[in-house]
Design a protein around this ligand. Structure first.
Ligand code: ATP
Ligand code: SKM
Length: 292
């Protein structure tokens, strides 16, 4: 039995590392996970194109999903193993929530392989991926903000201390992304420095809950560039034309939102910097099963 699912990446409105409250929105860059159930109890992961990548996260996602749902599929969990692999357009540790997309796609692909995906709420599937991310040590808060945006689409605002969804919305935006040639693993982020900008994060939370996502993002960007010691130059390149611009996640990528023509101009400015730029649609749908 095989299962396959596709999950979008996400950009940041509010980084949760300061207060535990976070907000993110889905973007049109995808990770696909394929899960093949096998006899025996071994779970073996592979990341296409990255033979040395850490596969703990996706293996743990399969493991937790089998533990929770194998019985309802009429299987004995102790005799089911799996091969899982991901293919992704999302740069790893780039600030674009590669880990959340990989976790969501893997949990849903496993549910698909078990033929029980219709019986499981998407938000509960998302919480399973967040548990796996905590177990795998790839996140500081669990990153339910990023994971819920990727699972449900649109913008989500969450409390990552209780994995509670506070709000969800579907603003009409495009996004432009700038990814410098570097990686920044969330697990290595300076949490103490982020906690020092908590009063700014509280302001960002208020703006976001008021639907003022663009201003929220921009305040977030200045606060977390400061805390995590990323340059603000890419934000200045985008202001004042865009609706909002921020460092995404724990960096190194930056994301700006607004109308497509304005973002195309910002992309030209960002193209002068070293790294990769992408002009993308935002996504109001989230993670989905991919039927062959
Ligand atoms: N395509 C993938 N397949 C399997 N595992 C992945 C994949 N992408 C990311 N991961 C896992 O997630 C880890 C990177 O997580 P990290 O949170 O640092 O990056 P990110 O999610 O891109 O960053 P941010 O949270 O700042 O957006 C990798 O070490 C790997 O374990
Ligand atoms: O590891 C984490 O808990 C997080 C990492 C970043 O993506 C943040 O943007 C997110 O809010 C939380």
């Amino acid at each position: 039995m095989d299962g396959r699912a596709v999950a979008p990446a996400a950009g940041t409105v509010l980084n949760a590392l300061a207060t535990g409250i976070g907000s993110a929105f889905a973007i049109d860059l995808e990770t696909t996970a394929t899960v093949e159930l096998t006899d025996g109890d071994e779970i073996i992961g592979r990341v296409d194109g990255h033979p040395d990548a850490d596969t703990t996260l996706i293996e743990r996602c399969v493991d937790l999903t089998l533990a929770e749902f194998a019985a309802s599929a009429g299987l004995d969990e102790s005799t089911v193993g799996a091969r899982v692999h991901t293919e992704s357009d999302v740069p790893m540790a780039g600030g674009l929530k590669s880990s959340s997309a990989a976790a969501n796609a893997t949990v849903l692909a496993t549910l698909d392989a078990l033929a029980v995906s219709d019986a499981v709420d998407r938000i509960d599937a998302c919480r399973l991926g967040v548990r796996a991310a905590r177990d795998a040590g790839v996140t500081a808060t669990g990153a339910f903000d990023d994971a819920s945006a990727s699972m449900l689409g649109g913008v989500t605002i969450t409390d990552n201390t209780s994995d509670e969804l506070l709000a969800r919305d579907e603003p009409d935006w495009h996004a432009v992304i700038y990814t410098p040639p570097a990686q920044a693993y969330s697990a290595d982020a300076d949490i103490a420095a982020c906690e020092r900008v908590a009063s700014m994060a509280e302001l960002v939370e208020e703006l976001a809950l008021d639907g003022r996502y663009g201003e929220a993002m921009t305040v977030n960007g200045f606060a977390f560039c400061g805390a995590l010691e990323f340059p603000t130059g890419p934000m200045i390149d985008a202001l004042p034309d865009v609706t909002g611009v921020s460092l995404s996640g724990t960096g190194p990528s930056y994301v700006a939102v607004g109308d497509r023509d304005t973002l195309a101009d910002v992309r030209e400015r960002w193209d002068e910097r070293e790294g990769t730029t992408r002009l993308l649609q935002t996504r109001t749908d989230g993670t989905r099963i991919q039927t062959p």
